[in-house]
Design a protein around this ligand. Structure first.
Ligand SMILES: Cc1cc2nc3c(=O)[nH]c(=O)nc-3n(C[C@H](O)[C@H](O)[C@H](O)COP(=O)(O)OP(=O)(O)OC[C@H]3O[C@@H](n4cnc5c(N)ncnc54)[C@H](O)[C@@H]3O)c2cc1C
Length: 394
């Protein structure tokens, strides 16, 4: 079988891998990128509903979860959203800000993949798809990687194989296995940015509300997100729920403020003074989706005229509306999760070069590491930043 020699071999032609490859290629390094999937950047293509939320202009370390919260700071500071935006503009890709600094392509996420591939080509990078890895060994002269398309020999090996979410798009645990092979610890992984499922009483009561959406504030383990929630036939989803899902584990208390930014008790007292002859369900339907208001009055709130509700009951109702205890039974798992929490322990990886502290020449970048961003373009910004950092030295 043929031997393909290069300076840098990148495994994984996703966001981080392509950024790393183009950066190393521009330095004159001979770079090969291999991916077992039949095309590159599949997650980029499906991201942001096909329009790729490619960065967030407000990115800071506070937008990431990791057992080592300072780890991401250096790379994020050295490759900012504005660096990526400069490349997007240079390629004439039109984009817009949706909310909270989230930038999306106006037309298609295909433009981002094309830009990355064009930049790689301009830097002399070779990309091979349908190239599964059979074995990785390290000798005195570098790394030997046996694949379906030959035997690669490289001085530097960059692992950019992503996390476990969406296995149908090519996600595998390969990066974790490789990390373990070389003595790295892998912190427990679980699905993040994922819809939550309900069971038992809560599922029965929410079941017929599928399709109802409303603004909420979701709170769990001292963290809160204000955004919309969508009730689905399996449970709950929408940005506020996806965000809080990364902080939630089975058994944790999850609270929802159904009237975020409002004073429910003050409002209820006003309704009692001004609209006492109305049913609670009627006035509640004016501030919440009607189907949800009816369901709340059926199971949780007093289903009667507002004037018949005494002060302690008003307080209880206000508390329920602003501190609704939702019992989630689990998540939809990797099948629908946008990201994987946990991964290669960053404490044995350099935060400036992403090189292993155990194996010289070995680098880990992107989602395979134990660094996970919030919803809103932060995960791609992380992929670009660490891809750039590793590509600058590998
Ligand atoms: C539906 C969805 C929507 C998303 N939308 C957004 C968004 O809008 N904004 C945002 O910031 N983030 C978004 N994300 C998250 C984002 O896609 C990831 O965080 C990001 O792609 C991670 O980059 P990566 O390069 O580390 O991994 P990936 O982009 O996942 O790339 C890993 C690559 O490695 C390859 N690979 C895996 N195993 C092997 C193997 N054994 N051999 C060879 N190759 C292998 C894979 O085929 C893949 O090409 C979304 C994720 C999903 C699932």
């Amino acid at each position: 079988m043929s031997v393909i020699r290069c300076d840098v071999l990148v495994i994984g032609a996703g966001a981080a891998g392509l950024m790393c490859a183009m950066t190393a290629g521009r330095r004159g390094r001979m770079v090969q990128v291999i991916d077992h999937a039949n095309k590159v950047g599949k997650k980029i293509l499906m991201s942001g509903g096909g329009r790729c939320n490619f960065t967030n202009t407000g990115t800071t370390a506070a937008n990431f979860l990791s057992a080592n919260p300072h780890f991401c700071k250096s790379a994020l500071a050295r490759y900012t959203p504005w660096h990526f935006i400069e490349m997007v503009e240079r390629h004439g890709i039109a984009y817009h800000e949706k909310e909270l600094g989230q930038l999306f392509c106006d037309i298609s996420s295909k433009q981002i993949v094309k830009m990355l591939v064009d930049e790689c080509q301009a830097a002399g990078v070779q990309i091979r798809t349908d190239c599964g890895v059979q074995k990785v060994e390290r000798g005195a002269d570098g790394f030997h990687v046996h694949t379906a398309q030959g035997h690669f020999h490289a001085a530097s090996l960059v692992v950019a194989t992503g996390g476990l979410s969406i296995p149908s798009m090519g996600a595998t645990g390969f990066g974790y296995e490789l990390a373990r092979q070389f003595g790295h610890e892998v912190l427990p992984t679980r699905a993040g940015l994922v819809p939550l499922t309900l069971s038992g009483k809560h599922q029965e009561r929410f079941n017929e509300l599928s399709g109802v959406a409303l603004p909420i504030e979701a709170r769990c383990n001292g963290v809160e997100f204000r955004n919309s929630m969508l009730i689905t036939h399996r449970g709950i989803s929408g940005p506020a729920i996806l965000q809080i899902s990364s902080y939630w584990q089975p058994g944790d208390e999850l609270r929802l403020d159904l009237l975020p930014g409002q004073d429910a008790l003050g409002w209820l007292r006003r309704m009692k003074a001004e609209r006492g002859a109305a049913e609670l369900r009627t006035v509640l339907s004016e501030v919440l989706p009607r189907r949800l208001a009816l369901r709340l009055c059926e199971h949780w709130l007093p289903d009667r005229l507002v004037r018949q509700i005494d002060e302690p009951q008003l307080r209880e109702a206000a508390d329920l509306l602003q501190n609704f205890p939702l019992v989630a039974s689990g998540t939809e798992g990797y099948r629908t999760a946008e990201v994987t929490l946990g991964g290669v322990d960053t404490r044995k990886v350099s935060s400036s070069t992403f090189e292993s502290q155990l194996v010289p020449g070995l680098h880990f970048i992107g989602e395979v590491l134990d660094v996970t961003g919030w919803l809103g373009g932060y995960n791609f910004q992380w992929a670009w930043a660490c891809g750039h950092a590793a590509g600058s030295v590998a």
